[in-house]
Design a protein around this ligand. Structure first.
Ligand SMILES: C[S@@+](CC[C@H](N)C(=O)[O-])C[C@H]1O[C@@H](n2cnc3c(N)ncnc32)[C@H](O)[C@@H]1O
Length: 415
Protein backbone atom coordinates (compact mmCIF):
# COMPACT_ATOMS: atom_id res chain seq x y z
CA UNK A 1 0.00 0.00 0.00
CA UNK A 2 1.30 3.44 -0.95
CA UNK A 3 1.54 6.30 1.51
CA UNK A 4 -0.99 8.39 -0.53
CA UNK A 5 -3.61 5.68 -0.08
CA UNK A 6 -3.74 6.42 3.65
CA UNK A 7 -5.67 9.61 2.89
CA UNK A 8 -8.43 7.66 1.17
CA UNK A 9 -8.92 5.72 4.40
CA UNK A 10 -10.65 8.70 6.01
CA UNK A 11 -14.09 7.76 4.73
CA UNK A 12 -13.58 4.20 5.94
CA UNK A 13 -12.54 5.31 9.43
CA UNK A 14 -15.55 7.64 9.65
CA UNK A 15 -17.86 4.81 8.57
CA UNK A 16 -16.23 2.58 11.18
CA UNK A 17 -16.79 5.21 13.89
CA UNK A 18 -20.48 5.38 12.97
CA UNK A 19 -20.68 1.61 13.56
CA UNK A 20 -19.26 2.05 17.05
CA UNK A 21 -15.73 0.89 16.28
CA UNK A 22 -13.58 2.91 18.62
CA UNK A 23 -10.18 3.33 20.17
CA UNK A 24 -11.61 5.67 22.78
CA UNK A 25 -14.25 4.82 25.36
CA UNK A 26 -15.39 8.39 25.80
CA UNK A 27 -16.92 8.32 22.34
CA UNK A 28 -17.80 4.66 22.23
CA UNK A 29 -21.49 5.20 22.74
CA UNK A 30 -21.90 8.49 20.87
CA UNK A 31 -20.73 7.16 17.48
CA UNK A 32 -20.27 10.75 16.35
CA UNK A 33 -16.52 10.85 15.94
CA UNK A 34 -15.03 11.78 12.60
CA UNK A 35 -12.68 8.81 12.87
CA UNK A 36 -12.72 5.63 14.91
CA UNK A 37 -8.98 6.10 15.51
CA UNK A 38 -6.74 8.89 16.80
CA UNK A 39 -6.99 8.40 20.53
CA UNK A 40 -4.95 5.22 20.99
CA UNK A 41 -4.11 4.12 17.45
CA UNK A 42 -3.37 5.54 14.01
CA UNK A 43 -3.05 3.86 10.62
CA UNK A 44 0.47 4.10 9.34
CA UNK A 45 2.90 2.43 6.97
CA UNK A 46 5.58 0.15 8.42
CA UNK A 47 7.68 -0.87 5.44
CA UNK A 48 9.70 -3.44 7.38
CA UNK A 49 6.87 -5.14 9.23
CA UNK A 50 3.70 -5.61 7.28
CA UNK A 51 3.23 -2.37 5.34
CA UNK A 52 -0.07 -0.84 6.37
CA UNK A 53 -0.64 -1.33 10.06
CA UNK A 54 -1.65 0.33 13.31
CA UNK A 55 0.73 2.50 15.30
CA UNK A 56 0.43 3.93 18.79
CA UNK A 57 -1.16 7.40 18.64
CA UNK A 58 0.28 8.09 22.11
CA UNK A 59 2.32 6.15 24.64
CA UNK A 60 0.38 2.97 25.49
CA UNK A 61 0.61 0.89 28.63
CA UNK A 62 0.87 -2.85 28.43
CA UNK A 63 -2.58 -4.35 28.75
CA UNK A 64 -4.53 -1.25 27.73
CA UNK A 65 -7.71 -1.84 25.79
CA UNK A 66 -6.88 -0.06 22.55
CA UNK A 67 -9.69 -0.96 20.16
CA UNK A 68 -13.21 -2.24 20.35
CA UNK A 69 -15.16 -3.54 17.36
CA UNK A 70 -18.81 -4.25 18.16
CA UNK A 71 -20.29 -7.56 17.07
CA UNK A 72 -22.63 -5.77 14.65
CA UNK A 73 -19.61 -4.50 12.66
CA UNK A 74 -18.05 -7.95 12.16
CA UNK A 75 -18.40 -9.73 8.84
CA UNK A 76 -19.38 -13.23 9.80
CA UNK A 77 -21.19 -15.96 7.89
CA UNK A 78 -24.27 -15.20 10.01
CA UNK A 79 -24.23 -11.51 9.24
CA UNK A 80 -23.74 -11.93 5.48
CA UNK A 81 -26.34 -14.72 5.37
CA UNK A 82 -28.98 -12.28 6.62
CA UNK A 83 -29.37 -11.60 2.90
CA UNK A 84 -32.39 -13.79 2.09
CA UNK A 85 -31.46 -14.47 -1.53
CA UNK A 86 -28.02 -15.63 -0.46
CA UNK A 87 -29.20 -17.72 2.46
CA UNK A 88 -31.90 -19.53 0.50
CA UNK A 89 -29.40 -20.31 -2.27
CA UNK A 90 -26.80 -21.52 0.25
CA UNK A 91 -29.39 -23.80 1.86
CA UNK A 92 -29.46 -25.81 -1.36
CA UNK A 93 -25.69 -26.40 -1.21
CA UNK A 94 -25.00 -27.56 2.29
CA UNK A 95 -22.43 -30.07 1.01
CA UNK A 96 -20.01 -27.11 0.81
CA UNK A 97 -17.62 -26.61 3.71
CA UNK A 98 -18.13 -23.62 6.06
CA UNK A 99 -15.01 -21.98 4.58
CA UNK A 100 -16.30 -22.48 1.03
CA UNK A 101 -19.59 -20.90 2.07
CA UNK A 102 -17.76 -17.97 3.67
CA UNK A 103 -15.76 -17.56 0.46
CA UNK A 104 -18.95 -17.45 -1.62
CA UNK A 105 -20.45 -15.00 0.90
CA UNK A 106 -17.46 -12.69 0.52
CA UNK A 107 -17.62 -12.79 -3.28
CA UNK A 108 -21.38 -12.22 -3.16
CA UNK A 109 -20.88 -9.20 -0.89
CA UNK A 110 -18.18 -7.88 -3.26
CA UNK A 111 -20.66 -8.27 -6.11
CA UNK A 112 -23.03 -5.84 -4.42
CA UNK A 113 -20.50 -3.05 -4.93
CA UNK A 114 -21.63 0.21 -3.34
CA UNK A 115 -24.86 -1.43 -2.19
CA UNK A 116 -22.99 -3.59 0.27
CA UNK A 117 -23.26 -2.52 3.89
CA UNK A 118 -19.53 -3.25 4.17
CA UNK A 119 -18.55 -1.45 0.96
CA UNK A 120 -16.25 1.09 2.74
CA UNK A 121 -14.40 -1.83 4.32
CA UNK A 122 -14.32 -4.10 1.26
CA UNK A 123 -12.99 -1.22 -0.84
CA UNK A 124 -9.86 -1.09 1.31
CA UNK A 125 -9.06 -4.80 1.33
CA UNK A 126 -5.80 -5.61 -0.47
CA UNK A 127 -6.50 -6.41 -4.13
CA UNK A 128 -3.90 -9.15 -4.22
CA UNK A 129 -2.04 -11.37 -1.78
CA UNK A 130 1.35 -12.99 -1.82
CA UNK A 131 0.51 -16.14 0.07
CA UNK A 132 1.71 -19.37 -1.50
CA UNK A 133 -1.49 -20.25 -3.24
CA UNK A 134 -1.56 -16.91 -5.02
CA UNK A 135 2.04 -16.58 -6.11
CA UNK A 136 2.22 -17.09 -9.84
CA UNK A 137 4.78 -19.81 -9.37
CA UNK A 138 2.49 -21.58 -6.98
CA UNK A 139 -0.50 -21.17 -9.22
CA UNK A 140 1.23 -22.63 -12.19
CA UNK A 141 3.61 -25.11 -10.61
CA UNK A 142 2.15 -26.36 -7.34
CA UNK A 143 -0.18 -29.05 -8.45
CA UNK A 144 -1.41 -29.65 -4.94
CA UNK A 145 -2.27 -26.02 -4.21
CA UNK A 146 -3.89 -25.53 -7.58
CA UNK A 147 -5.92 -28.67 -7.50
CA UNK A 148 -7.17 -27.89 -3.98
CA UNK A 149 -8.18 -24.33 -4.87
CA UNK A 150 -9.58 -25.46 -8.18
CA UNK A 151 -11.64 -28.30 -6.82
CA UNK A 152 -13.06 -26.14 -4.02
CA UNK A 153 -13.89 -23.45 -6.57
CA UNK A 154 -15.51 -25.98 -8.91
CA UNK A 155 -17.60 -27.40 -6.11
CA UNK A 156 -18.84 -23.94 -5.20
CA UNK A 157 -19.40 -22.91 -8.81
CA UNK A 158 -22.95 -24.12 -9.08
CA UNK A 159 -23.95 -22.00 -6.10
CA UNK A 160 -22.11 -18.97 -7.46
CA UNK A 161 -23.81 -19.37 -10.86
CA UNK A 162 -27.14 -19.62 -9.12
CA UNK A 163 -26.36 -16.38 -7.31
CA UNK A 164 -25.63 -14.82 -10.70
CA UNK A 165 -22.26 -13.47 -9.63
CA UNK A 166 -20.59 -11.27 -12.23
CA UNK A 167 -18.16 -13.19 -14.42
CA UNK A 168 -15.08 -11.55 -12.84
CA UNK A 169 -16.24 -12.87 -9.45
CA UNK A 170 -16.82 -16.33 -10.85
CA UNK A 171 -13.21 -16.79 -11.91
CA UNK A 172 -10.62 -18.99 -10.19
CA UNK A 173 -8.57 -15.84 -9.55
CA UNK A 174 -11.48 -14.23 -7.67
CA UNK A 175 -11.91 -17.44 -5.68
CA UNK A 176 -8.24 -17.47 -4.72
CA UNK A 177 -8.43 -13.79 -3.75
CA UNK A 178 -11.42 -14.44 -1.47
CA UNK A 179 -9.83 -17.57 0.02
CA UNK A 180 -6.62 -15.61 0.69
CA UNK A 181 -8.62 -12.81 2.31
CA UNK A 182 -10.21 -15.35 4.61
CA UNK A 183 -6.96 -17.20 5.28
CA UNK A 184 -4.93 -14.10 6.08
CA UNK A 185 -7.47 -11.78 7.72
CA UNK A 186 -10.09 -13.68 9.68
CA UNK A 187 -10.08 -13.57 13.46
CA UNK A 188 -11.29 -16.29 15.77
CA UNK A 189 -14.84 -16.08 17.11
CA UNK A 190 -16.32 -18.58 19.54
CA UNK A 191 -19.49 -19.28 17.56
CA UNK A 192 -18.07 -20.00 14.10
CA UNK A 193 -14.85 -21.86 13.25
CA UNK A 194 -14.56 -19.95 9.99
CA UNK A 195 -13.94 -16.79 12.03
CA UNK A 196 -14.87 -13.25 11.08
CA UNK A 197 -13.55 -10.33 9.12
CA UNK A 198 -13.07 -7.46 11.51
CA UNK A 199 -12.99 -3.95 10.03
CA UNK A 200 -10.09 -1.91 11.47
CA UNK A 201 -9.14 -4.81 13.80
CA UNK A 202 -7.65 -6.63 10.82
CA UNK A 203 -5.14 -3.81 10.30
CA UNK A 204 -2.93 -5.08 13.11
CA UNK A 205 0.24 -6.70 11.82
CA UNK A 206 1.72 -9.76 13.45
CA UNK A 207 4.32 -10.47 16.10
CA UNK A 208 4.89 -13.96 17.47
CA UNK A 209 3.37 -14.63 20.89
CA UNK A 210 5.23 -15.63 23.98
CA UNK A 211 7.93 -13.01 24.28
CA UNK A 212 6.18 -10.74 26.72
CA UNK A 213 5.72 -11.35 30.45
CA UNK A 214 2.27 -11.45 31.98
CA UNK A 215 3.07 -9.62 35.20
CA UNK A 216 0.23 -9.12 37.63
CA UNK A 217 1.33 -5.52 38.16
CA UNK A 218 0.44 -4.85 34.53
CA UNK A 219 -3.09 -6.05 35.06
CA UNK A 220 -3.42 -3.85 38.04
CA UNK A 221 -2.27 -0.76 36.14
CA UNK A 222 -4.36 -1.66 33.16
CA UNK A 223 -7.59 -2.00 35.09
CA UNK A 224 -7.38 1.56 36.24
CA UNK A 225 -5.68 3.29 33.39
CA UNK A 226 -7.18 2.15 30.13
CA UNK A 227 -8.32 4.94 27.91
CA UNK A 228 -11.21 2.68 26.97
CA UNK A 229 -12.11 1.96 30.56
CA UNK A 230 -15.60 3.03 31.41
CA UNK A 231 -16.53 3.19 35.05
CA UNK A 232 -19.46 0.84 34.99
CA UNK A 233 -17.25 -1.73 33.29
CA UNK A 234 -14.29 -1.17 35.56
CA UNK A 235 -16.46 -1.86 38.59
CA UNK A 236 -17.93 -4.91 36.95
CA UNK A 237 -14.51 -6.15 35.89
CA UNK A 238 -12.57 -5.23 38.97
CA UNK A 239 -9.98 -7.92 39.64
CA UNK A 240 -10.26 -7.47 43.41
CA UNK A 241 -12.81 -10.20 44.06
CA UNK A 242 -12.15 -12.51 41.17
CA UNK A 243 -11.57 -16.21 41.79
CA UNK A 244 -8.09 -17.38 40.75
CA UNK A 245 -9.16 -18.96 37.45
CA UNK A 246 -11.03 -15.83 36.32
CA UNK A 247 -8.11 -13.69 37.40
CA UNK A 248 -5.81 -15.82 35.23
CA UNK A 249 -8.22 -15.46 32.36
CA UNK A 250 -8.05 -11.71 32.83
CA UNK A 251 -4.26 -11.76 32.69
CA UNK A 252 -4.30 -13.80 29.50
CA UNK A 253 -7.06 -11.79 27.94
CA UNK A 254 -5.38 -8.51 28.55
CA UNK A 255 -2.40 -9.06 26.33
CA UNK A 256 -4.05 -9.70 22.99
CA UNK A 257 -7.25 -9.61 21.02
CA UNK A 258 -10.39 -11.67 21.43
CA UNK A 259 -14.15 -11.54 21.20
CA UNK A 260 -15.41 -10.50 24.61
CA UNK A 261 -18.97 -11.60 25.39
CA UNK A 262 -19.19 -9.07 28.22
CA UNK A 263 -18.56 -6.17 25.87
CA UNK A 264 -20.33 -7.78 22.89
CA UNK A 265 -17.31 -6.70 20.90
CA UNK A 266 -13.94 -7.75 19.60
CA UNK A 267 -11.46 -6.21 22.02
CA UNK A 268 -7.79 -5.58 21.33
CA UNK A 269 -5.32 -4.98 24.13
CA UNK A 270 -1.78 -3.64 23.91
CA UNK A 271 0.39 -6.68 24.55
CA UNK A 272 3.39 -4.53 25.37
CA UNK A 273 4.29 -0.99 26.31
CA UNK A 274 4.41 1.11 23.17
CA UNK A 275 5.92 4.52 22.56
CA UNK A 276 3.93 6.95 20.42
CA UNK A 277 4.50 6.10 16.74
CA UNK A 278 5.62 2.52 17.34
CA UNK A 279 3.73 -0.21 15.54
CA UNK A 280 1.19 -1.99 17.76
CA UNK A 281 1.40 -5.68 16.92
CA UNK A 282 -0.95 -8.56 17.49
CA UNK A 283 -0.39 -12.26 17.78
CA UNK A 284 -2.66 -14.17 15.42
CA UNK A 285 -1.43 -17.44 16.93
CA UNK A 286 1.64 -19.63 17.12
CA UNK A 287 3.10 -20.23 13.70
CA UNK A 288 6.35 -21.50 12.26
CA UNK A 289 7.84 -19.50 9.41
CA UNK A 290 6.59 -21.95 6.85
CA UNK A 291 3.06 -21.65 8.21
CA UNK A 292 3.32 -17.86 8.21
CA UNK A 293 4.48 -17.99 4.63
CA UNK A 294 1.70 -20.33 3.66
CA UNK A 295 -1.15 -18.45 5.33
CA UNK A 296 0.06 -14.87 5.53
CA UNK A 297 2.79 -14.50 2.92
CA UNK A 298 5.63 -13.33 5.13
CA UNK A 299 8.39 -14.65 7.35
CA UNK A 300 9.83 -13.39 10.61
CA UNK A 301 13.59 -12.96 10.90
CA UNK A 302 13.32 -14.12 14.48
CA UNK A 303 10.52 -16.58 15.00
CA UNK A 304 10.51 -18.14 18.48
CA UNK A 305 8.17 -20.82 17.16
CA UNK A 306 10.81 -22.10 14.80
CA UNK A 307 13.25 -22.74 17.62
CA UNK A 308 13.89 -26.23 18.89
CA UNK A 309 12.51 -28.11 15.93
CA UNK A 310 13.08 -27.85 12.24
CA UNK A 311 9.38 -27.76 11.40
CA UNK A 312 10.07 -24.63 9.42
CA UNK A 313 11.27 -26.89 6.67
CA UNK A 314 7.85 -28.36 6.13
CA UNK A 315 6.38 -31.35 7.84
CA UNK A 316 9.75 -32.91 8.38
CA UNK A 317 10.36 -34.06 11.91
CA UNK A 318 14.02 -33.23 11.66
CA UNK A 319 16.37 -31.94 14.30
CA UNK A 320 19.69 -31.94 12.56
CA UNK A 321 22.02 -29.10 11.70
CA UNK A 322 21.27 -25.48 12.48
CA UNK A 323 20.60 -22.99 9.72
CA UNK A 324 21.29 -19.27 10.02
CA UNK A 325 18.22 -17.04 9.92
CA UNK A 326 19.23 -15.42 6.63
CA UNK A 327 19.95 -18.82 5.18
CA UNK A 328 16.68 -20.22 6.34
CA UNK A 329 14.72 -17.28 5.01
CA UNK A 330 16.34 -17.39 1.62
CA UNK A 331 15.94 -21.15 1.44
CA UNK A 332 12.31 -20.94 2.55
CA UNK A 333 11.58 -18.19 0.06
CA UNK A 334 13.31 -20.09 -2.66
CA UNK A 335 11.47 -23.27 -1.78
CA UNK A 336 8.19 -21.40 -1.63
CA UNK A 337 8.78 -20.16 -5.15
CA UNK A 338 10.21 -23.28 -6.67
CA UNK A 339 10.14 -26.34 -4.57
CA UNK A 340 7.15 -26.50 -2.27
CA UNK A 341 5.91 -29.34 -4.40
CA UNK A 342 8.65 -31.43 -2.85
CA UNK A 343 7.89 -30.29 0.69
CA UNK A 344 4.19 -30.88 0.29
CA UNK A 345 4.76 -34.37 -0.89
CA UNK A 346 7.57 -35.70 1.21
CA UNK A 347 6.52 -38.33 3.72
CA UNK A 348 5.68 -36.87 7.11
CA UNK A 349 7.99 -39.19 9.03
CA UNK A 350 11.42 -39.46 7.56
CA UNK A 351 13.40 -40.51 10.59
CA UNK A 352 15.21 -43.69 9.89
CA UNK A 353 15.84 -43.01 6.25
CA UNK A 354 19.44 -41.97 6.38
CA UNK A 355 19.69 -41.14 2.70
CA UNK A 356 16.87 -38.63 2.75
CA UNK A 357 18.02 -37.18 6.06
CA UNK A 358 21.41 -36.64 4.53
CA UNK A 359 19.81 -34.79 1.62
CA UNK A 360 17.79 -32.65 3.98
CA UNK A 361 20.93 -31.98 5.97
CA UNK A 362 22.51 -30.65 2.80
CA UNK A 363 19.45 -28.50 2.10
CA UNK A 364 19.67 -26.98 5.56
CA UNK A 365 23.32 -26.12 5.09
CA UNK A 366 23.07 -24.35 1.81
CA UNK A 367 24.29 -20.81 1.71
CA UNK A 368 22.11 -19.65 -1.16
CA UNK A 369 19.21 -20.79 -3.29
CA UNK A 370 21.45 -21.43 -6.31
CA UNK A 371 23.48 -23.95 -4.36
CA UNK A 372 20.32 -25.55 -3.15
CA UNK A 373 19.06 -25.81 -6.73
CA UNK A 374 22.29 -27.42 -7.85
CA UNK A 375 22.18 -29.86 -4.97
CA UNK A 376 18.63 -30.84 -5.81
CA UNK A 377 19.72 -31.62 -9.34
CA UNK A 378 22.66 -33.67 -8.09
CA UNK A 379 20.66 -35.60 -5.55
CA UNK A 380 17.76 -36.10 -7.89
CA UNK A 381 18.57 -39.74 -8.50
CA UNK A 382 18.90 -40.44 -4.76
CA UNK A 383 15.69 -38.64 -3.94
CA UNK A 384 13.87 -40.35 -6.78
CA UNK A 385 15.11 -43.76 -5.72
CA UNK A 386 13.71 -43.09 -2.28
CA UNK A 387 10.45 -41.71 -3.58
CA UNK A 388 10.04 -44.45 -6.15
CA UNK A 389 9.33 -46.83 -3.35
CA UNK A 390 6.48 -44.68 -2.08
CA UNK A 391 4.94 -43.08 -5.14
CA UNK A 392 5.57 -42.46 -8.81
CA UNK A 393 3.64 -39.21 -8.58
CA UNK A 394 6.09 -37.83 -6.03
CA UNK A 395 8.96 -38.82 -8.26
CA UNK A 396 7.40 -36.85 -11.12
CA UNK A 397 7.10 -33.83 -8.86
CA UNK A 398 10.74 -33.97 -7.78
CA UNK A 399 11.74 -34.24 -11.42
CA UNK A 400 9.66 -31.22 -12.36
CA UNK A 401 11.22 -29.24 -9.49
CA UNK A 402 14.67 -30.27 -10.57
CA UNK A 403 13.86 -29.24 -14.12
CA UNK A 404 12.77 -25.87 -12.81
CA UNK A 405 16.11 -25.25 -11.10
CA UNK A 406 18.46 -26.97 -13.56
CA UNK A 407 20.60 -24.58 -15.62
CA UNK A 408 19.49 -24.54 -19.25
CA UNK A 409 21.07 -27.27 -21.34
CA UNK A 410 21.59 -29.76 -18.50
CA UNK A 411 19.87 -33.06 -19.01
CA UNK A 412 17.88 -35.10 -16.57
CA UNK A 413 20.08 -36.99 -14.18
CA UNK A 414 23.31 -35.59 -15.62
CA UNK A 415 26.16 -34.27 -13.58
C1 LIG B 1 -4.43 -9.04 9.04
S1 LIG B 1 -3.47 -8.37 7.80
C2 LIG B 1 -2.64 -7.05 8.58
C3 LIG B 1 -2.84 -5.72 7.88
C4 LIG B 1 -2.24 -5.61 6.50
N1 LIG B 1 -0.85 -5.18 6.59
C5 LIG B 1 -3.03 -4.63 5.64
O1 LIG B 1 -2.43 -3.78 4.96
O2 LIG B 1 -4.24 -4.73 5.58
C6 LIG B 1 -2.27 -9.62 7.64
C7 LIG B 1 -1.27 -9.39 6.53
O3 LIG B 1 -0.37 -8.33 6.86
C8 LIG B 1 0.97 -8.67 6.48
N2 LIG B 1 1.77 -8.80 7.72
C9 LIG B 1 1.29 -8.90 8.98
N3 LIG B 1 2.29 -8.95 9.87
C10 LIG B 1 3.44 -8.89 9.18
C11 LIG B 1 4.83 -8.91 9.55
N4 LIG B 1 5.22 -9.00 10.82
N5 LIG B 1 5.74 -8.83 8.56
C12 LIG B 1 5.37 -8.75 7.26
N6 LIG B 1 4.06 -8.74 6.85
C13 LIG B 1 3.11 -8.81 7.79
C14 LIG B 1 0.88 -9.96 5.71
O4 LIG B 1 0.72 -9.65 4.35
C15 LIG B 1 -0.39 -10.58 6.25
O5 LIG B 1 -0.99 -11.47 5.34
Amino acid sequence: MEEGELETLEGFLEWAAALGISDSIQDFQSRKRKSCLGNSLAVSIFPDAGGRGLGAARDLRKGELVLRVPKSALLTRDSILKDVILSSAVNGHLYLSPTQIMTVCLLYEMGKGKNSFWYPYLKHLPRSYEILATSDDAIWTTEKAISKAESEWKRANLLMQELKLKSRLLSLRAWIWASATISSRTLHIPWDDVGCLCPVGDLFNYAAPGEESNGIENVESLMHSSSLQDHSLSTEHSTDNLPVERYDAHIQRLTDGRFDEDFGAYCFYARNKYKKGEQVLLSYGTYTNLELLEHYGFLLKENPNDKGQRRSMGHLAYSGSQLSVENEISVLKWISQNCHVILNNLPTTVEGDSMLLCTIDKILNFRNPMELGEMLCRSESEACAFLEASSLQKKKMVLSCCNAVRPKGQLNGGN
